[in-house]
Design a protein around this ligand. Structure first.
Ligand SMILES: [Zn+2]
Length: 450
């Protein structure tokens, strides 16, 4: 009872100042009124409520807000900044919120006017448990077992909190993936490749073409993370068709946006795997660990070279397949099957030497990958000898900082190290995950509930 008195006291404190107030609490029957899940659910609802009413131009004096947790449960009270005369309108907005919120039946938003009187609309809420009778009636008649109602509520609240966590993760990972791709395509200069100032050896695409296809494929990032979070099979090898399913839609979106030019087929495959795998990781834990990520990618792509390049050659073969049969180099498939060794061995270590991702460190990471990558994009248009010379020139450029010989070589031989650019984008994505994880950076979502 002391807790209830303290709530009335808080309301009175505001009304003594002629301030109307809004309060939020949850109707949890029995004791205790709060626990970890209830509190988390309460804070989610509070955020949802604040956004809902602010969007409707109702403003709260948040500096005077009080958030407390006592024997009566979680409680929040705040005075309005908005003029008094629209209080009935505010009450209506709060009722709309309760009605429209997926879990609004657990929420009580109360409005007290400047005289300290509760503002009621006179409507009675249905019981959230049986949905048959008015809530007040079920409570008065003790119609349901308290323990049953509590178990129902806690399970629903847990579901809501986990859904919110997943939505946040999907948004944040999608954002990091797009950031990585934009950093990669914007890196200037980039020998042989399209950058902001130059089209490299390409005549059918420019920087805008890459912006177009990045925008087109980014609409699917959310789906990839979601597929990873929702993946329930024990055998990760079954994830590959799921990823490819989304990947094919992305390829179509890419071709539609570029007038049928292949700009990002490689990154669709590699980032597709990465987004799916990180979705999978965060559905099962709160931390990103490189080793775990690599094991998941390897498991998804187990025996990929054998299955897709050795065992069943297609006709007509893709570029990658033709290269494999000619040079026994497996390109992006090989990189994926081995858990991205060029990313973790060359690209990422260069990036991690720096606290920030500037053009200098991005170029170094690109060159480090290029110096070690048997890039099938290069092999397709040249020979093993040209590839070796390209790798050696990339190593020299990394050591001397002089890009001119490498750039001239690419132009002369008409070669474009697109595979290394794709792996740079993946390296940036991993870098951002490592840097953002656990900080108040972009990657900042609620922890998993056990
Ligand atoms: Zn009922």
């Amino acid at each position: 009872m002391a807790a209830r008195d303290s709530r009335s006291f808080l309301r009175k404190e505001f009304s003594d100042l002629h301030l109307p107030s809004l309060s939020l609490n949850l109707n949890v029957p029995g004791y205790p009124k709060s626990n970890e899940i209830v509190q988390r659910f309460f804070l989610h609802c509070l955020e949802d409520l604040k956004v809902y009413i602010t969007a409707r131009q109702i403003h709260l004096d948040e500096k005077k807000a009080i958030l407390q947790r006592d024997e009566a449960g979680d409680f929040y009270i705040v005075p309005f900044l908005t003029a008094h005369h629209i209080i009935p309108e505010v009450k209506q907005i709060c009722e709309d919120f309760e009605e429209n919120h997926a879990w609004g039946r657990f929420i009580d938003v109360d409005i007290t006017d400047q005289s300290g009187l509760p503002v009621s609309s006179g409507k009675s809420k249905p019981c959230f448990y049986c949905r048959e009778y008015p809530a007040v009636e079920c409570r008065r008649l003790n119609r349901h077992e308290t323990e049953d109602v509590r178990a129902f509520m806690f399970s629903e609240m847990r579901t809501y909190c986990l859904q919110q966590r997943e939505i946040t993760i999907r948004r944040q990972l999608s954002s990091l993936a797009l950031q990585s791709i934009l950093y990669e395509i914007s890196l200037t200069p980039k020998p042989g490749l399209v950058d902001k100032l130059d089209n490299g050896v390409h005549s059918d695409m420019n920087y805008q073409t890459f912006l177009n296809s990045s925008a087109a494929i980014s609409g699917y990032f959310n789906d990839l993370v979601k597929a990873g979070s929702a993946f329930g099979e024990d055998d990760l090898i079954k994830a590959l068709p799921v990823i490819r399913n989304i990947g094919l839609s992305m390829e179509k979106a890419m071709f539609d946006s570029t007038n049928q030019v292949n700009t990002q087929k490689g990154i669709i495959f590699l980032m597709g795997l990465s987004l799916f795998s990180t979705g999978y990781i965060f559905a099962n834990g709160d931390d990103f660990q490189s080793e775990k990520f690599r094991i998941i990618v390897k498991s998804i792509c187990k025996d990929l070279i054998y299955r897709e390049l050795e065992k069943s050659p297609r006709s007509p073969a893709t570029h990658g397949e033709q290269i494999y049969h000619k040079f026994k180099m497996a390109g992006a498939r090989g990189e994926a099957e081995n858990g991205f060794p060029l990313v973790f061995g060359y690209g990422l270590p260069e990036l991690l030497k720096s606290q920030e991702l500037n053009e200098k460190v991005l170029l170094r990471a690109f060159l480090a990958i290029a110096a070690n990558n048997n890039d099938t994009n290069i092999l397709y248009r040249s020979s093993a000898d040209i590839l070796d010379q390209f790798k050696a020139l990339s190593q020299t450029a990394l050591e001397t900082g002089d890009l001119i010989p490498l750039t001239e070589f690419c132009i002369k031989q008409k070669i474009s190290p697109g595979g290394s650019a794709d792996l740079l984008a993946v390296s940036i994505y991993i870098y951002l995950l490592i840097k953002q994880n656990g900080n108040n950076g972009l990657l900042n979502f609620p922890t998993l509930i056990s």
